[in-house]
Write a protein that binds this ligand. Structure first.
Ligand SMILES: NC(=O)c1ccc[n+]([C@@H]2O[C@H](COP(=O)([O-])OP(=O)(O)OC[C@H]3O[C@@H](n4cnc5c(N)ncnc54)[C@H](O)[C@@H]3O)[C@@H](O)[C@H]2O)c1
Length: 374
């Protein structure tokens, strides 16, 4: 029986691609309402989803009595106000990444959600990739031993195409860093824990896109030391000519430890490459079938494009956490921790200096966020 009514606020690309299908996976939930400030987008999505309750004002949408949970899928700068409205209405809330435009605000959202006793989740969708989940499992089993190096590369070829709100810093917060690297920062936390200090560079190479100013980073590189003493190198760019785009672009994470190496690529959702000490080369290892779908999720892993379908498990996790009255993973604390890193990267690039994160980490996150939670 579908007893959890969901409203999706913002029915653009990600809502149509991920959230509608994700919520449909749970028999306990139904998208009962849709909200978008754009009338054309609203009408089209309402028709596609077969939803009658259509709103242009998110206050009305989140307060409707049939709504119990809110998905925020609007441009980044709108996230905090919509999340606060959802929490004030005592609704559970799944917010797209980045959770906020600055750490202070992200912590505020976390604290409000905790105080209100609602479930809260940040949409770090790549945690649901089967190979990433298997990689995390193997790391916990000790497959790499003590981790020396974490490495993430997200390379795409977008050149000078217009990016809409994504190319405006006051609307997006940052460019490539919040758009793409935020997922990899979150995965780094999951695998090797919190970052202790970092130095970063952010570069804008294309100051105009579609005849409009673009003032965000097209490239970001972060060199960091985790609290565990693992080193990290994370790089993401929209200007890797010839690398392809979207699902076809380069998207690799590698972890090297004293016992082994694991490499995962999002393009190979059912494979890892693993090296052990003394091996001449990496061996390709299949991801066991039990990792192909999020635990408990009824999705058939043999249906659809595996580069897309893992994204639907996120909606299932949100609803499952509500139904079972447990924390969502990843929650707002994970969203805030990523924001802390992104704020530090901005500061580092501006000051051309290393930045220590601990002095900036606020209570309550200082105590509760281990960064390695699943
Ligand atoms: N988790 C992921 O893998 C992933 C992938 C893509 C996008 N995203 C995130 O999802 C969010 C949306 O991205 P998108 O690509 O779908 O954007 P989009 O521009 O395609 O869609 C955003 C929609 O929000 C609507 N909107 C804007 N302000 C609004 C308001 N105040 N109230 C209601 N509706 C409003 C717009 O009219 C538009 O229809 C962003 O935060 C982005 O970072 C996450």
């Amino acid at each position: 029986m579908a007893d959890i009514g969901v409203v999706i606020v913002g029915v653009g690309q990600v809502a149509l691609q991920n959230h509608l299908t994700g919520i449909a996976l749970s028999p306990r939930a139904k998208v009962v309402a849709i909200c978008d400030s754009d009338q054309t987008a609203l009408a089209a999505a309402g028709e596609r989803a077969g939803v009658r309750l259509l709103f242009r004002d998110y206050h009305e949408a989140v307060n409707h009595p049939d709504v119990h949970a809110v998905i925020v899928a609007t441009p980044n700068f709108t996230h905090p106000d919509i999340v606060r409205a959802a929490i004030d209405a005592k609704r559970h809330v799944l917010c797209e990444k980045p959770l906020a435009l600055d750490y202070q605000t992200a912590v505020d959202l976390y604290s409000r959600a905790e105080q209100a006793g609602v479930r809260h989740m940040t949409a770090f969708t790549y945690r649901f990739v089967p190979a990433m989940r298997y990689m995390k499992h193997l790391v916990e089993q000790g497959a790499v031993g003590v981790p020396y190096h974490f490495r993430a590369q997200r390379f795409q070829d977008w050149q000078a195409r217009p990016l809409g709100w994504r190319q405006v810093k006051k609307l997006a917060g940052s460019g490539e860093m919040g758009d793409m690297l935020s997922h990899r920062i979150d995965y780094a936390h999951l695998l090797v824990g919190r970052i202790g200090r970092l130095v970063a560079g952010l570069r804008n190479y294309i100051p105009q896109r579609g005849g409009e100013p673009s003032d965000v980073d097209d490239w970001v590189g972060i060199l960091c030391e985790f609290e565990s003493a693992t080193s990290g190198v994370l790089e993401s760019t929209k200007l890797a000519t010839g690398r392809g785009e979207g699902l076809r672009g380069q998207d690799v994470v590698e972890l090297n430890g004293d016992a082994g190496t694991i490499v995962y690529s999002t393009q190979r959702p059912f494979e890892l490459r693993i090296g052990r000490r003394g091996d001449a080369d990496l061996e390709t290892v299949a991801v066991p079938r039990e990792f192909w779908v999020w635990p408990g999720c009824p999705r058939d892993p043999d249906q659809g494009d595996p580069l897309a379908t893992f994204r639907y498990d996120q909606g299932f996790e949100f609803i499952d956490a509500i139904v079972n009255n447990r924390r969502c993973r990843p929650g707002f604390e994970e969203g805030a921790e990523v924001q802390l890193v992104m704020d530090a990267a901005e500061r580092s690039a501006h000051e051309r200096a290393w930045v220590d994160l601990a002095p900036h980490r606020q209570t309550p996150l200082r105590q509760i966020n281990s960064g390695g939670s699943t």
